[in-house]
Design a protein around this ligand. Structure first.
Ligand code: ADP
Length: 453
């Protein structure tokens, strides 16, 4: 597998190489253009001076003493006869030969080309850049041997290439160091992760790093995720241990009763008692298992929203629980508006309402139970208040945990499983229903549910 470092480095080197190559080409191109322009300018100014010199009818042989012709060749012909050259005889012959001067067509062609180009334009013949001046008496060839420029251009090309190569090497080294430094935290994180894997201890965390960048965020998020995983694993462990405890108690009771029935001669009364106890415990077992299944289903099932009539359902449930309310002689205060339509699933809404209502009845020995349901802004609010045993402020969250039962409630004869509110919370979460609680020990509790319309 390729490392991030080598990938980044390869890309970096390739990009730097392309940029420098492009810059080299552009530089050389502009040097070339510049060279042509300066050649043109040099030849134009020299030619003007030559023209002036000839018009003033000064002695042609001394022309090179009055005009600076450095690096340029000047050939002057009078009636097609060479009368001046600033070059050696050999060079002069060579130039004339190269220019194919003795060919009339060539000469005409050059003149034509010169006219076609601007007056300042250059004409090129073989390796010469050339300006031609022609009047009735004289033909003047002023030019530069391009070899001379090519030589100096070659030096410039070499300088550009060497310079860019050095820049390339320096940037490559700097890039390598920079990438190395940037990637270093990632290597540390990977190493730590490998250590964590080896230890298989969920309480361990990655060491904080302070790079003030994505790596720092990565470590923070990863540690948060580990914390969540640790918590949920702990919850699962806790749940399994609670669940086995809850299942074991009724099973032990059932087993004890069965053993009694087997080994002792029991009276009818005792038999009835034993069967009734077994029946109660098996109902408990059934309830626990049904609740577990419901919780498991809640976790994976996608809920569909239906229109539910909250007021109708509330009245139905009140009717079902009225006996318990009356037997405790509790005052029932109802303030339920009509036509309270909410988006929920009827089956789950029933479970939520049943849990809240039955808790209010279960944990209230005297006083009142009040049920209010009304439209509030864009939601529908249900407030169930009782004057029962209540619970402490630090238990506001705990009562929604699985199997949590307050000690004082546990001592109550009708103690529950401690799963009702856990289920209620899960359902409310699924249906985006907000649930809030307030309570005071020995004074009573208020459960507020805010439903989506
Ligand atoms: P349980 O089956 O024990 O009622 P729940 O999950 O419904 O389980 O409730 C968890 C705990 O919250 C209860 O054991 C009780 O201590 C507390 N609780 C819930 N509702 C009330 C209430 N209306 N008044 C006082 N305590 C309550």
């Amino acid at each position: 597998m390729k490392s991030v470092k080598s990938k980044l480095f390869t890309w970096f080197v390739m990009i730097i190489f392309m940029i420098l190559l492009f810059l080299s080409i552009v530089t050389i191109y502009f040097f070339n253009i510049n060279q042509q322009i300066s050649t043109d300018e040099l030849l134009s100014s020299s030619l003007t001076e030559v023209e002036k010199y000839i018009r003033l009818k000064k002695p042609i042989e001394q022309i090179d003493q009055h005009i600076n012709l450095k690096n340029q060749f000047l050939l002057i012909l009078k009636q097609d006869k060479l009368i001046f050259s600033n070059q050696s005889t050999h060079n002069t012959e060579k130039i004339l030969d190269k220019l194919d001067f003795y060919d009339d067509d060539f000469y005409e062609e050059h003149l034509e080309r010169l006219e076609k180009q601007s007056k300042k334009g250059l004409s090129y013949a073989d390796e010469y850049a050339l300006k031609i001046f022609d009047d009735k008496n004289f033909k003047v060839f002023l030019g530069i041997d391009q070899d001379f420029f090519e030589h100096s251009l070659k030096n410039i090309y070499i300088a550009v290439v060497v310079l860019n190569f050095m820049i390339f090497i320096i940037l490559t080294i700097l890039g390598y160091l920079l990438i190395n430094k940037t990637i270093k935290p990632l290597k540390l994180i990977l190493k730590e992760l490998e250590n964590l894997q080896d230890k298989e201890d969920l309480s361990k965390r990655l060491k904080d790093i302070y790079t003030n960048d994505e790596f720092e965020k990565l470590v923070i998020s990863f540690n948060k995720m580990l914390e969540k995983i640790e918590n949920s694993v702990e919850n699962i462990k806790q749940f399994s241990s609670n669940a086995s405890h809850e299942l074991r108690t009724p099973l032990t009771i059932i087993q004890g009763e069965i053993e009694l029935l087997n080994f002792e001669k029991c009276t009818n009364e005792e038999l009835k008692n034993a069967i009734s106890k077994i029946n109660t415990e098996q109902k408990k077992l059934q309830e626990i298992i049904t609740t577990f299944l419901l919780l498991a289903r809640l976790e994976k099932e996608d809920m569909s929203l239906q229109k539910c009539q909250l007021d109708t359902l509330l009245f139905e449930l009140i009717e079902q629980n009225i006996e318990a309310v009356e037997s405790k002689k509790l005052e029932l205060k109802l303030e339920i508006e009509d036509e309270l339509e909410i988006k929920f699933d009827k089956k789950y809404l029933k479970i939520v309402l049943e849990n809240i209502l039955s808790n209010a009845i279960k944990y209230t020995q005297n006083g009142f139970i009040s049920i209010q349901a009304k439209k509030q802004n864009n939601n529908i609010e249900l407030i169930v208040q009782d004057s029962g045993i209540g619970f402490k402020k630090d238990e506001y969250d705990k009562i929604f945990e699985r199997f949590y039962r307050a000690d004082y409630a546990r001592s109550d004869a009708k103690k529950g499983l401690g799963l009702g509110l856990a289920i209620t919370k899960e359902i409310c979460k699924k249906f985006s229903c907000e649930i809030k609680v307030k309570s005071e020990l020995k004074k009573g509790s208020v459960f507020r549910l805010s439903f989506r319309v």
